[in-house]
Write a protein that binds this ligand. Structure first.
Ligand SMILES: Cc1cc2nc3c(=O)[nH]c(=O)nc-3n(C[C@H](O)[C@H](O)[C@H](O)COP(=O)(O)O)c2cc1C
Length: 374
């Protein structure tokens, strides 16, 4: 059993011991046989950085510009639905950490804390993540709510026309909102700390879309297959804030998003949770960067598991890195302290990486830091 957290993998192992299987597998799992989830990380691992010597690197700055604003660190928290399964009030912890470190946090449509409350916790660090509902009217009701809350940036997640088949979820009888049968009862009974905390606070709910008969109510399993490029045009005319389209892995799609007037693209394969046979995001990133030009904002996620990986994805063309599971592993392992530990590990690893490659700021990271380019 892991007692201390020195890496994201340590936090993952600790969380696995502390959470009921249903909760851990929801966070950790991916689509199909989960090949892509592993490939995302191993493809980043394969990239080599070039050490440089005798460079003065005493003062290193981790700040990063994106979408007309400077952020405290070059990485942020990806939107995650039902984060409350990692621990009650995980959403609040994520929002407060985002504010503390001045990084963005995605506020999921499928969040276990309302978008109104999340805005209060996260302030200007919260980005609303929009899932399209079963029809346009319900979806636009969510957009109106986000505007009323005062969100300045919206992420439209486009890679979930339907929620993909996730074998671990099916095996565990995971349904959102989940039902408690005999199997789940045994799972919860053997993890009393989590279960009692969850019992006290109430099981996590999809609070933003809870009331099915309300203007913006729907279920996680509802199909969003009706949506097409004309919806993006409508959303662009309706939403005046920053609009970023998440879930892009194709050059063609990246160009179409850019032409539709979005303010940026978010290269992601949903952490391998949608199409298991999709390419690793790091493999498609350089081609997308080349197609959209050097000034168009690109966010990136899927498979980042350490600070060197953050530097590598920026070197391959991203402007900003996002991570999902690692933050929930931290919360599952040690609540707020575990979450902050993950942020601290990443920032220390990035700082150390900069020293090794002879760079003093994130703005200096380009393809020149990759091995074999000098
Ligand atoms: C538990 C969990 C829930 C997620 N829920 C959402 C969501 O509600 N909306 C969304 O756009 N992406 C969601 N994602 C995908 C993440 O935003 C992100 O793309 C992915 O986790 C990145 O991969 P990584 O976990 O390897 O860092 C979820 C991911 C996880 C692990």
């Amino acid at each position: 059993m892991v007692k201390q957290i020195f890496s994201i993998d340590d936090a993952r192992k600790m969380a696995r011991g502390k959470l009921p299987r249903l909760a851990f597998d929801y966070i950790d799992g991916a689509a199909g046989n989960e090949d892509l989830n592993h490939l995302n990380a191993s493809a980043i691992d394969q990239i080599r950085l070039q050490p440089r010597v005798l460079v003065k690197v005493e003062d290193r700055v981790l700040k990063k510009n994106l979408l007309d604003r400077e952020w405290g660190l070059p990485f942020g928290i990806a939107p995650m639905g039902l984060a409350g399964l990692a621990w009650p009030e995980a959403d609040r912890m994520l929002a407060q950490a985002a504010r503390k470190y001045d990084i963005p946090v995605g506020v999921s449509t499928m969040g276990s804390c309302s978008m109104e409350e999340m805005k209060r916790y996260a302030g200007g660090n919260g980005w609303f993540q929009l899932y399209v509902g079963p029809d346009e009217e319900m979806t636009m009701a969510l957009v109106d709510r986000a505007e009323k809350c005062g969100y300045e940036t919206m992420l439209l997640t486009a890679d979930v026309p339907e929620v993909a088949k996730r074998n671990r979820e099916q095996r565990n009888g995971f349904e959102a909102p989940f039902r408690i049968g005999v199997k789940q009862f045994v799972d919860f009974a053997t993890h009393p700390h989590w279960s009692l905390s969850t019992l006290v606070r109430g099981k996590p709910q999809l609070v933003n879309v809870r009331a099915r008969d309300s203007a913006s109510g729907f279920r996680r399993s509802d199909s969003r297959a009706w949506v097409d490029w004309t919806f993006l045009d409508k959303l662009r005319s309706r939403w005046k804030g920053n609009l970023v389209v998440k879930g892009i892995t194709s050059v063609q799609d990246a160009l179409s998003v850019q032409q539709a007037g979005a303010d940026g693209i978010y290269v992601s394969n949903h952490g391998g949770r949608q199409l298991n046979s999709a390419p690793a995001t790091i493999e498609v990133l350089p081609g997308i960067r080349q197609a959209v030009g050097e000034d168009y904002p690109i966010l990136f996620d899927s498979g980042i598991r350490n600070g060197e990986a953050v530097v590598k994805v920026l070197a391959k063309g991203a402007d900003y890195a996002m991570l999902g599971r690692p933050f929930l592993y931290g919360i599952g392992a040690r609540r707020e302290a575990g979450l902050e530990r993950i942020v601290e590990i990443l920032l220390q690893e990035i700082r150390s990486t900069l020293a090794q490659i002879g760079r003093v700021s994130m703005e200096e990271i380009d393809t020149g830091v990759l091995a074999g380019t000098d």
